[in-house]
Design a protein around this ligand. Sequence first.
Ligand SMILES: Nc1ncnc2c1ncn2[C@@H]1O[C@H](COP(=O)(O)OP(=O)(O)OP(=O)(O)O)[C@@H](O)[C@H]1O
Ligand SMILES: [Mg+2]
Length: 272
Amino acid sequence: MAPSDLRASTGVAGLDVMLGGGLPPGRPYLLCGVAGSGKTLLGLQFLLEGVRVGEKVLLVAVDEPPPEILDNVRPFGWDLSKIHTLDATPGVQVFRRMGNLQEIKSMHDVKSMQEVGDKPNKAQASEDVTLQSIYLKLRRQLDVIPFKRVLIDSMTSVRHYALRAGNDLQIERVEIQSLLRFLSEKGVTTLLTAQPYADLTPEAILCRGEIDLERGWAGHRTERWISVRRMRGSPHDTQRRAFHIGGEGLSVEGTQEFVKGRSSQAPGTHPD
Ligand SMILES: Nc1ncnc2c1ncn2[C@@H]1O[C@H](COP(=O)(O)OP(=O)(O)OP(=O)(O)O)[C@@H](O)[C@H]1O
Ligand SMILES: [Mg+2]
């Protein structure tokens, strides 16, 4: 079997090349970048690629409500209808206590994007949203639907809204570790988006690899770059490449160099 057959394609051909064929499946990965760098769009491409190959895929929407996401991708003409979504945006989360755990009320169950209306769920008081409740919801959902890909958008918002104030680092680490281990045990390839972090977070330690998106200015024009900061157990491109968001979707420039370099064993290939 060719190595690429053992990889989960990201849906962006150039990024797959940088990754040596795609992401090693069944593991969690971090997708880091500043606001507007393209994390959500790249994450959606990753989910759409899963749909394309017949997988069940889930978006855990913590930043933007699903109706807004549908609106934002309209210019690209992407069909998100086969993506399932759990609307966990603050203001729409209502939790019901279950012993120590809390559960997102059934009105906010996972639904397909096709069922998402054009308005956010009726705003509810945002109460004590916890990572545990999202974890519990995912456990239940994965018993019903065998999701192969999950996008958590974003871990930064989970941190803001879903980690209890005053949580000590040990509890936080255990909660994040439980969630990521559970998803790996279920064979789920998970992308967690995040703003660049200053301190090393538990998810940064626990994720098997990290893709970085950057944004800057060239005169009055926005420029973007993509790089693979690390990818455990897998050779990958160590160059920073130009990354484009346009009418055609997402693309990476110049990966032919990496392919050429790899075939001649040139530096730039890094078996992490
Ligand atoms: N049709 C389009 N053509 C060109 N650029 C676009 C198009 N649609 C969106 N963009 C660019 O993509 C950016 C949004 O990307 P995305 O929402 O994925 O960023 P993000 O990293 O998730 O940001 P945030 O941290 O705010 O959630 C927009 O700021 C815009 O510059
Ligand atoms: Mg986003």
